[in-house]
Write a protein that binds this ligand. Structure first.
Ligand SMILES: *[C@@H]1O[C@H](CO)[C@@H](O)[C@H](O)[C@H]1NC(C)=O
Ligand SMILES: *[C@@H]1O[C@H](CO)[C@@H](O)[C@H](O)[C@H]1NC(C)=O
Ligand SMILES: *[C@@H]1O[C@H](CO)[C@@H](O)[C@H](O)[C@H]1NC(C)=O
Ligand SMILES: *[C@@H]1O[C@H](CO)[C@@H](O)[C@H](O)[C@H]1NC(C)=O
Ligand SMILES: *[C@@H]1O[C@H](CO)[C@@H](O)[C@H](O)[C@H]1NC(C)=O
Ligand SMILES: *[C@@H]1O[C@H](CO)[C@@H](O)[C@H](O)[C@H]1NC(C)=O
Ligand SMILES: [Zn+2]
Length: 926
């Protein structure tokens, strides 16, 4: 549910203080590089049997290592939560050199380092073998070696899966090891498992030997390529190979045989495509098998263990009619394409330290979109990338909590600091920056660089400078730029610039200035950072939106860039296809001309990405108080002719923050505005799917119907009602929740509720429950369903949240109903803390002083009931007042604009625009 806002905030505080504590103590978290492993011979034995695999395992490992020092007196490596029962050192001839008493081992919990004292110094440059026997825990918390279970439908029996997740630094929970990404070694894995289970690991199964007396078997696997510890994996289960052969195989529950064909096919396509594009086929990387498997419990969508990619079930398994909508298939395709790319970016070539984590994920996310675009162009992921990745991360990267892609190694030492690098900056900003490089260089040069980089660092580790060297080798000569500066400005510095554009010389010259864009300039961010910015543009005289090669770079040592035109310009648009990483603020006259151009035929050829960019930038400039929301809403009036999903995605993302803060009274005018600007797109899409829909039509319809019907658009509600009552269609899985939600708002509530009650598929039940909870018969739904005992506490809270989120003008009524007798809700939810969370989530939707007042009165009267959780209510109370203040300070002009626009029906848009501009200008002068 949404009610976790407060919990999240507390969590963020806790993480920050943890980082501080850890930083202040600069204990040596890094292993000294004077001893390194080359080979691990690892055996893990699972205990128990298939009905109860037990909560512990035992293991042994023989680590071949050497030193370059002549007098090394100790060996330090990692372990965590393992009990070591023996430790011994063998010399290069395999003879016991020292039996180390376990009591003499030194363990430091903070750094998770284990030091083995040596009675006799090692000889440099010869192999030794360090041998451990140990026991560990089969965990439940999704790290190290952990268990998951599922119920087999036919027998009703519980089945166990034991699997691993070593990333980030959890190999040390499974065996003592040198657990740093650059300390690559080969691994020979042996898995002892009870009869009835089988096991898979990174490499091909070589042999199985039996321990018949104990009804057990040991699976022996081929030696892995040289790789990082975090990529080791094994899975012990009753899965079988349901797809494929030994080169690409998919292991799953036998009953999923027909539900994994799609994922498998995507895997085949991705593998073939990468084999071709990287000019270094997968098998030549050093592992001759690639296996997919999935788990009912997994911390990520997928983990790229070399040769054994583990996914969550939701990615690999498609349930026909339930989870095989276009969005589901796109999701599966993207994740599979992402994970397979890691075999090259991450597994073969690995970042040398966590501070460069983006070297893996920037490329994986880039290929997730752009390789998928090559394989399945119908999803138009090249365009979706702009709104779903680039524009998303531009928001993150404009506030004080952001971070640079590359950090200093010294600043990434503790587990918390390492965790902090697993941020969307590494993925989404990384992919955006890779896209920028690629578009500037051109595809061919980019591929050459990537291929030589992958070849040179095969089985090796890299820093960003290694990548840059290869990019530079194929970088086009013109225009001149300090490439090192360009690369590091966007990777070592946080944030990004905004460019302001003004016309001078009677529109013969565009003057560009740069500064860092910040959402809340007072939040402690460094506002003075400058960037080397590639400048691309199109104008009304030359509306070429294809050329992404910069004509010039905005260097850091100059204060402005001037673009001169022989003929006067009406408009200019910078950052063609939003290919580069910055925002653009146009002076008002230019913006007016752009708006005019957008209303003309084919939007005057302005690229769809740039339409989305204009919208997203304006909303963010308004949020940062550089212009007024009224101006933004004025600008997007052009959308009454916009039918493309991508600009609409940007518009709704921007509108969300504003619409949520409008009072029920103000909403009436917003609803009219929404109806007007969605006129063309709604007429094009309607509420019913059509055979000739492309995927983005399907996504777009879902979004439009969701917004229009939520904001009480009569046509939308009627059209859905007619379609639903006439059974015109069984909505596709993508659209079902929105469609049924809209139906439940009108006359369809009882029938949607029945569908929910009859449904047996659990994901579908959740969906139908949420849809039914959109009803405007809130009293009936509350009394019989939410308070009734046929629903779980989780359903009660999601159902309640749906009721008020999906019906913005019922918020007061729902709050009054709930607080009439709060004991009823408490009894249904079972705790005052959950009750407080529900109320605090509801309060986040308050928009009027009357609501604020009622909430205060409620708290005054009832806080004693809530005990400690009264604090949750107090915090919510102060959020309400912050929200009301924000609306008060920021939305006044918008509210007036929406009101006057709707009453001044006779005025043309252009006149309204002029009126508005003059009010804004007079405001600036004050
Ligand atoms: C690894 O250990 C197993 C026994 O645990 C042994 O049979 C095997 O020969 C060892 N492999 C190597 C390469 O030493
Ligand atoms: C040490 O062992 C590794 C891995 O088994 C092997 O590749 C290497 O050649 C050995 N080095 C020496 C000096 O024996
Ligand atoms: C999978 O599909 C095949 C062919 O349609 C069918 O014979 C088989 O029974 C299906 N298996 C399962 C487990 O659904
Ligand atoms: C890894 O790269 C470094 C630096 O380029 C090089 O010195 C080293 O030999 C490489 N190692 C391997 C195993 O190729
Ligand atoms: C802000 O960034 C500038 C440019 O990188 C740098 O010179 C300056 O030291 C930074 N200021 C602070 C307070 O970090
Ligand atoms: C340039 O345009 C911006 C944005 O409209 C405006 O604030 C600024 O005053 C203009 N600068 C000049 C020199 O005209
Ligand atoms: Zn990844």
């Amino acid at each position: 549910m949404k009610g976790s806002g407060i919990g999240m905030r507390l969590l963020a505080v806790a993480v920050i203080s943890l980082t501080l504590i850890a930083t202040s103590d600069c204990a040596g978290y890094r292993l000294s590089n004077n001893v390194w492993p080359s080979f691990y011979n690892l055996t893990i034995n699972i205990q128990g049997d298939t009905t109860n695999p037990g909560s512990t395992f035992d293991g042994e490992v023989a680590i071949t290592l050497q030193t370059n020092q002549s007098n090394l007196q100790e060996i330090t490596l990692h372990k965590d939560a393992l009990d070591i029962s023996s430790c011994s050192l063998y010399n290069q001839n395999g003879l016991l050199q020292q039996s180390v008493a376990t009591t003499s081992l030194i363990f430091d919990q903070e750094t998770q380092q284990l030091t083995v004292p040596l009675s006799q110094a090692l000889t440099a440059n010869v192999n030794y073998t360090l041998h451990f026997q140990f026991t560990g825990t089969v965990r439940t918390d999704l790290v190290g070696l952990f268990s998951a279970s599922y119920v087999e439908p036919e027998s009703g029996k519980t089945k166990w899966v034991l699997l691993t997740q070593m990333q980030r630094i959890n190999a040390r929970l499974v065996f003592p090891c040198f657990d740093e990404p650059a300390l690559k070694a080969q691994f020979e894995v042996h898995i002892g498992r009870p009869n009835g289970f089988n096991s898979i690991s990174n490499t091909r199964l070589k042999a199985t030997t039996s321990d018949a007396a104990n009804n057990r078997y040991v699976d022996h696997f081929e030696v892995t390529p040289l790789m990082s510890t975090y990529l080791l994996a094994f899975v012990i289960s009753e899965y079988s190979r349901v797809q494929g052969d030994t080169e690409l195989a998919l292991y799953s529950r036998p009953e999923y045989i027909n539900k994994t064909t799609f994922s498998y096919k995507v895997g085949q396509q991705a593998l073939a495509a990468y084999n071709e594009i990287f000019q270094l086929p997968y098998q030549q990387l050093g592992n001759d098998v690639l296996q997919f498997t999935s788990s009912p419990r997994f911390p990520h969508n997928g983990m790229e263990n070399w040769g054994l990619i583990i996914y969550s079930d939701a990615v690999l398994v498609q349930d026909a009619g339930y989870t095989d909508g276009l969005k589901d298939l796109e999701f599966t395709t993207r994740i599979v394409v992402h994970e397979v790319s890691h075999m090259w970016f991450g597994d073969s070539v690995t970042f040398s330290w966590w501070s460069y984590f983006w070297l893996n994920e920037a490329f994986a996310r880039y290929y997730e979109y752009f390789m998928t675009h090559q394989l399945s162009p119908e999803y138009q992921l090249d365009q979706q990338f702009v709104v779903r990745q680039l524009q998303l991360i531009l928001r993150t990267d404009a506030v004080a909590s952001t971070q640079p892609m590359t950090s200093l190694e010294a600043n990434v030492q503790t587990p918390a600091q390492i965790a902090n690098k697993f941020s969307s900056i590494a993925y989404a900003k990384g992919a955006s920056i890779v896209r920028m490089w690629r578009n500037i260089m051109g595809g061919e040069n980019f591929e050459k660089s990537i291929n030589s980089y992958l070849k040179e660092y095969h089985l090796n580790s890299t820093k960003p400078s290694d990548l840059f060297t290869h990019l530079k080798e194929n970088w086009p000569a013109q225009p001149a730029v300090d490439l090192d500066e360009f690369f590091t400005d966007f990777t070592e510095q946080e944030g990004y610039p905004m460019i302001t554009v003004n016309f001078t010389e009677e529109n013969h010259r565009a003057v560009l200035r740069q500064k860092r864009f910040l959402s809340n300039p007072g939040d402690g961010s460094n506002a003075t950072i400058l960037y080397t910015i590639p400048i691309t543009f199109a104008t009304n005289l030359k509306p070429n939106f294809q050329n992404m090669t910069p004509g010039i770079y905005f260097r850091k040592n100059i204060t402005q860039v001037q673009l001169n035109s022989q003929n006067a310009l009406d408009w200019i648009i910078l950052n063609v296809q939003q290919s580069n990483y910055y925002r653009v603020l146009y002076d008002t006259p230019i913006l007016n001309n752009i708006q005019l151009a957008l209303t003309q035929s084919d939007h005057s050829s302005i690229a769809v990405e740039n339409r989305a960019q204009l919208i997203d930038d304006l909303f963010n400039f308004a949020y940062a108080k550089m212009l007024d929301y009224a101006e933004v809403f004025q600008f997007i009036e052009y959308m009454s002719k916009e039918v493309h999903y991508i600009p609409w995605y940007a518009a709704y993302t921007g509108m969300e923050r504003v619409a949520k803060r409008l009072t029920p009274h103000q909403l009436t005018n917003f609803e009219k505005y929404l109806k007007d600007i969605t006129a063309a797109v709604y007429a094009k899409l309607t509420v019913n799917s059509r055979d000739y829909d492309v995927p983005l039509d399907v996504y777009n319809r879902e979004m439009q119907v969701s917004w229009r019907c939520k904001y009480q658009n009569t046509a939308c509600n009627n059209d859905v009602k007619i379609s639903f009552e006439g059974n015109v269609e069984q909505p596709s899985p993508d659209y079902r929740e929105t469609f049924y939600c809209a139906a439940a708002r009108t006359t369809g509530y009882t029938r949607v509720l029945e569908l929910y009650q009859k449904e047996t598929n659990s994901a579908e039940r959740d969906l139908l429950w949420k849809a039914a909870s959109c009803t405007r018969e809130y009293r009936n739904h509350y009394t019989t369903q939410i308070l009734g005992n046929s629903t779980t506490v989780a359903q009660k809270t999601t159902g309640l949240a749906q009721m008020y989120e999906q019906n913005p003008n019922l918020i007061s009524a729902i709050f009054s109903m709930i607080t009439e007798d709060i004991q009823l809700l408490y009894a249904a939810l079972g705790s005052w803390s959950t009750t407080a969370e529900v109320l605090s989530d509801l309060a986040d939707y308050f928009t009027t002083t009357e609501q604020e007042q009622q909430f205060s009165e409620f708290i005054d009267k009832n806080s004693a009931l809530f005990g400690d959780s009264a604090l949750t209510l107090k915090t919510a109370q102060s959020t309400v007042s912050t929200n009301l203040q924000w609306a008060d300070q920021r939305l006044g002009k918008l509210v007036n604009f929406l009101a006057s626009r709707n009453s001044a029906a006779g005025l043309t848009i252009a006149t309204t625009l002029l009126m508005l501009m003059s009010t804004l200008i007079s405001l600036l002068l004050k």
